[in-house]
Design a protein around this ligand. Structure first.
Ligand code: ADP
Ligand code: MG
Length: 694
């Protein structure tokens, strides 16, 4: 490999001053191959070494950095192959024992070292002196260049076999020799407008801040960059989508009257507003790309029905895709009941049909006889083709992959309109990060007359009382769900757990009642029969797995008991709970749980405290971080180096506005001052190709 001719951020690290091929090999273990990689390998934390505490002032429970010399190094064999190393670090007045477990190489290293050592960790009360267990440490004369030791020192993320001093040295060298060639992708105007520091300055200060205030300024700039790249990529995609020729629906002027005729109830204000937003999009020539968020029970189906009606009124077909057969079936029954009054043809297409039935459905869909088609994945089978599909609605969209939505869109007439619905509220910051290229409608109001569900947390020892409570409600004419424990992700094990719970409840507890069973391993026909029996009130109790999590709507069911509730995540508990509280009766959700860890306890407490899905989503984000939230799991857009969606929500909003402005002004970033920005964004777009957006 020849050294680069010119100073280039893509230069291999081995050509950095002080780093050779050997050290470069170590750095490669951290995926640090180029100078640029080093500049963007940010410190995990900093140690303020401008004033280290005196050892005698240090208290148990504190995280501190301490400095001194070692004495009394010894190692003790405890049990087979286990070894404890202890050494006294003292600053001349007092001392703290450093303790390592099963790291024999630490002893070898410390034995021959006489200089000062610096250690970081939590201080604990030991037997007769303070201790620090498994501290991070540095031997000052070996590990640190020693130059300007008394400063705020960056501590980098490491991996096995890559010492702290090496990363520090490499980054230091990269900054020293290369930071001058860093070009800023942001034009001066933007820096000025958003009060941001230059990239050069920020990269230097994020690694080696002069003050905490400087570090924060640097971080602000770099977080802005992270958000801006994604937001620009999404806004560009949005602009592209808008240019596609879609269908401009002619919306009849008497829509409000038609809606009033269609629905047995009056739309809530929120539903009314959202219907207006959707019909507004549909009437435009550009294809609609809209996300409809509404908490469980907020009445998204009625909104979907209004959109479908408008679509059919202009001679197009509409399709509604649901993630499960149970849900598709239920939508079908509801919508058919609504639309039959006006003589519209509604078809159901799911996997269970016989070949003969399928043939008939396919032909009705293909020749346009079926005006509204409701189904599962069966809708995107190869044999299905539509006469004139103008509107696609995807329910519980996070359960579908990109490909599935795209496949349905392919069957459309030109570029069909798309409405994706979700009952999994996600915090606004996440919505922007993940679905920034969709228009957003939110139903933020529940239909009138709903009583808030009362949620109680009971321990397993209270079970008898819980059963008595359920029995009483059933004697008043209500119905109950029992959700079996989430024993595993495996459908088979879940089915067994449900069967077991069903057996116990029907043969030992509620022997006088009608107890049904529903789980994912049952045949379609059996599932449907169980659901139908529960709906008709031929069953008092339905024992189920989480297959009832989405969409199931039986208003007379007013109590849900969730067994081992601590095994479920917050959003799942919220979805499950949404199956009750759908009618006029006071409803209850009983969490039977005996959690031992704090996070699970917090989940139970949040469920008891609130029924607001958005609040729950915010809490979920706080408890688990963005990577784990339903609907956004493993989402590439959430892969930030510095940004933190909980902490940096405001900055995300700023970056989003900046992106919208920029794209309005320079839609394909072709202006010369945006050359570098365009490059950053095109790299981002490539890595975003897998976004869950149709
Ligand atoms: P989700 O948003 O969870 O899909 P649904 O569409 O299933 O909610 O609606 C929940 C329940 O509320 C249904 O029983 C539905 O008939 C009822 N509902 C919806 N909108 C209204 C309204 N405006 N007034 C009264 N009841 C409504
Ligand atoms: Mg729904």
């Amino acid at each position: 490999m020849n050294p680069p001719q010119r100073k280039d951020l893509e230069s291999p690290v081995q050509f950095l001053k002080g780093i050779g091929p050997e050290l470069a090999k170590s750095l490669a273990k951290l995926n640090l191959h180029t100078v640029n990689d080093l500049l963007y390998h940010f410190p995990r934390r900093f140690e303020d070494r401008t004033h280290l505490p005196e050892l005698r002032s240090v208290k148990p429970g504190q995280f501190v950095t301490i400095k001194g010399r070692l004495s009394r190094l010894d190692s003790r064999q405890v049990g087979r192959g286990r070894v404890i190393i202890r050494a006294l670090l003292s600053d001349g007045r007092s001392g703290i024992y450093l303790v390592w477990f099963n790291q024999p190489w630490v002893k070898r290293r410390l034995e021959r070292y006489r200089g000062e050592i610096i250690a970081y960790g939590m201080v604990k009360d030991g037997q007769n002196a303070l201790e620090m267990h498994s501290p991070e440490y540095e031997l000052l004369e070996e590990d640190d260049s020693g130059e300007d030791f008394a400063r705020i020192t960056p501590i980098y993320p490491l991996t096995e076999g890559v010492p702290q001093w090496l990363v520090r040295k490499a980054v230091n060298s990269a900054l020293l020799h290369y930071v001058e060639v860093v070009e800023d992708p942001l034009p001066e105007k933007i820096l000025h407008h958003y009060d941001l520091k230059t990239l050069k300055w920020s990269l230097a200060q994020i690694h080696q801040p002069n003050t905490e205030a400087h570090r924060l300024e640097a971080r602000k700039r770099l977080v802005f960059d992270e958000f801006l790249a994604i937001q620009l990529a999404m806004q560009m995609r949005r602009a592209l989508q808008q240019q596609e020729p879609g269908n401009a629906f002619e919306i009849p002027s008497n829509m409000p009257e038609r809606i009033a005729e269609l629905l047995p109830f009056k739309l809530t204000n929120a539903q009314d507003r959202v219907v207006g937003e959707i019909l507004g999009d549909m009437s435009l020539p550009a294809p609609m790309n809209r996300l409809l968020q509404g908490d469980v029970g907020s009445g998204k189906t009625a909104v979907a029905a209004c959109a479908l009606m408008a679509c059919v009124a202009d001679g197009f077909q509409g399709a509604l895709m649901a993630p499960t057969e149970i849900l598709a079936e239920q939508h079908y029954q509801n919508l058919r009941a609504l639309f039959s009054k006006s003589g519209l043809e509604v078809a159901l297409l799911v996997g269970k049909h016989t070949a003969k039935q399928k043939e008939k459905i396919y032909s009705d869909v293909a020749n346009g006889k079926s005006q509204i088609v409701i189904g599962t994945h069966a809708l995107i089978q190869e044999g299905v083709s539509f006469a004139k599909l103008g509107l696609i609605i995807v329910d519980e969209q996070h359960r579908f992959g990109v490909m599935q939505r795209a496949a349905l869109r392919e069957k459309g007439f030109g570029h069909p309109d798309l409405l994706v619905m979700t009952a999994t509220p996600i915090p606004r910051t996440l919505t922007m990060a993940v679905y920034g290229d969709l228009e957003l409608s939110v139903i933020d109001e529940l239909p009138p007359g709903r009583q808030a569900i009362k949620t109680h947390w009971r321990t397993p020892t209270d079970r008898q009382k819980v059963y008595e409570g359920v029995r009483k409600l059933i004697s008043e004419g209500r119905q109950a769900y029992f959700v079996c424990p989430m024993v595993s992700e495996s459908e088979k094990m879940l089915a067994q757990a449900a069967e077991e719970l069903h057996r116990r409840l029907s043969t030992m507890i509620f022997t006088e009642l009608r107890v049904g069973l529903l789980h994912g391993q049952m045949k379609s026909k059996e599932k449907e029969a169980a659901m139908e029996a529960f709906r008709r009130h031929d069953l008092d109790i339905l024992v189920s797995t989480t297959v009832i999590e989405v969409g199931v709507d039986v208003p007379n069911a007013s109590v849900m008991v969730i067994e081992d509730a601590n095994r479920f995540g917050l959003s799942q508990l919220h979805q499950l709970r949404g199956r009750v509280g759908r009618g006029k009766h006071q409803s209850f959700c009983i969490l039977v749980a005996d959690p031992t860890n704090e996070e699970a306890i917090a989940r139970m407490e949040i469920m008891v405290k609130t029924t607001d899905g958005f609040e729950i989503a915010e809490e979920d984000l706080r408890l688990r971080g963005p990577g784990e939230l339903a609907g956004t799991r493993q989402h590439g857009n959430l892969d930030f180096k510095l940004a933190d969606l909980v902490q940096d929500g405001k900055m995300l909003e700023v970056a989003r506005q900046a992106a919208i402005k920029l794209i309005n002004y320079d839609p394909d970033l072709s202006r010369p001052e945006h050359r570098l920005l365009a490059k950053v964004v095109s790299e981002k777009s490539t890595s975003m190709a897998n976004l869950p957006v149709a």
